[in-house]
Design a binder for this molecule. Structure first.
Ligand SMILES: [Zn+2]
Ligand SMILES: [Zn+2]
Length: 261
């Protein structure tokens, strides 16, 4: 098994849809997004990854899953460097386990595997096979997660069925279009104004769903989505109501219904 360590430092990059990602993974839905892999070009579909949270406590392993693409170039994740036209290597990652709090803390990692560097400067560093196998087996046996390991062949088949890498001008449904929508429109429901954090406190912090005003075309095609014009943040209730019809109700239409008209 080839396994790689991917890093996330909340100080450097805000993961705006982390809460939805956790929700999806916990509910057996797919969450596949790209992530910087540093300068490592030998990563291949079917390899295993562990995601470590760095920089801000609580630190440690928060995600596990499979790499579903070879490394490819995308605009840089850092906004300033992106604006300067810089690119960075990414791979697509399919999450099997994702947790807000570390599954294995940094303290524990350093104690049990002191010879390995758990705080590398960038993603894509290789994890020795024995260490990776031990950690994966442990997470797999943890009752809190529903982690059924897949074979490399299954992951390769999966990745071949996925749409090809999106280009610079287009957006993948599940990744940065949603982020840009939230960055622009915020976390309040566009229909009823509901805010998860205001209602549920820290449990609801950063939580919102994203609705596409235009119907998504058939899978496998590229979609030109304008995250500001075409997407809206909506609460779970309003989102269900919007999708009661096909095509979905309009935002304004549902607002009228909400006010009893
Ligand atoms: Zn709402
Ligand atoms: Zn929707």
């Amino acid at each position: 098994m080839s396994a790689y360590l991917y890093t996330w430092n909340p100080n450097n990059w805000k993961w705006v849809d982390l809460q939805e990602a956790i929700f999806r993974v916990n509910n057996g839905e797919e969450y596949n997004r790209y992530w910087s892999c540093g300068v490592t070009k030998r990563i291949a579909p079917g390899d295993t990854f562990l995601l470590v949270r760095l920089g801000v406590e609580p630190k440690g392993i928060i995600g596990v899953g499979y790499v579903t693409s070879a490394p490819y170039l995308r605009p840089h994740w850092d906004e300033a460097r992106k604006a300067a036209g810089e690119t960075a290597l990414r791979t697509d990652l399919l999450y099997k386990v994702l947790s807000e709090k570390p599954i294995i803390s940094m303290v524990e990692l350093s104690r049990r595997f002191p010879q390995h560097n758990w705080t590398p400067q960038s993603s894509g560093t290789s994890i020795p096979e024995t260490i990776a196998a031990e950690l994966i087996a442990e997470i797999q046996s943890d009752q809190r997660f529903n982690f059924e390991p897949s074979t490399k062949e299954q992951i390769k088949l999966y990745s071949e069925g996925r749409p090809k890498t999106v280009t610079y001008r287009t957006y993948d449904r599940s990744s940065d279009a949603r982020e840009d929508c939230i960055r622009h429109h915020g976390y309040n429901c566009a229909v009823c104004g509901f805010n998860f954090e205001a209602k549920y406190g820290s449990t609801g912090e950063g939580f919102i769903e994203v609705h596409h005003l235009k119907q998504i075309a058939d899978r496998g095609e590229e979609h030109l989505v304008d995250p500001v014009k075409d997407l809206r943040p909506v609460c779970a209730n309003c989102h269900r109501m919007l999708h009661k019809t096909r095509p979905p109700l309009g935002i304004e239409e549902l607002k009228l219904k909400l006010s009893g008209k």
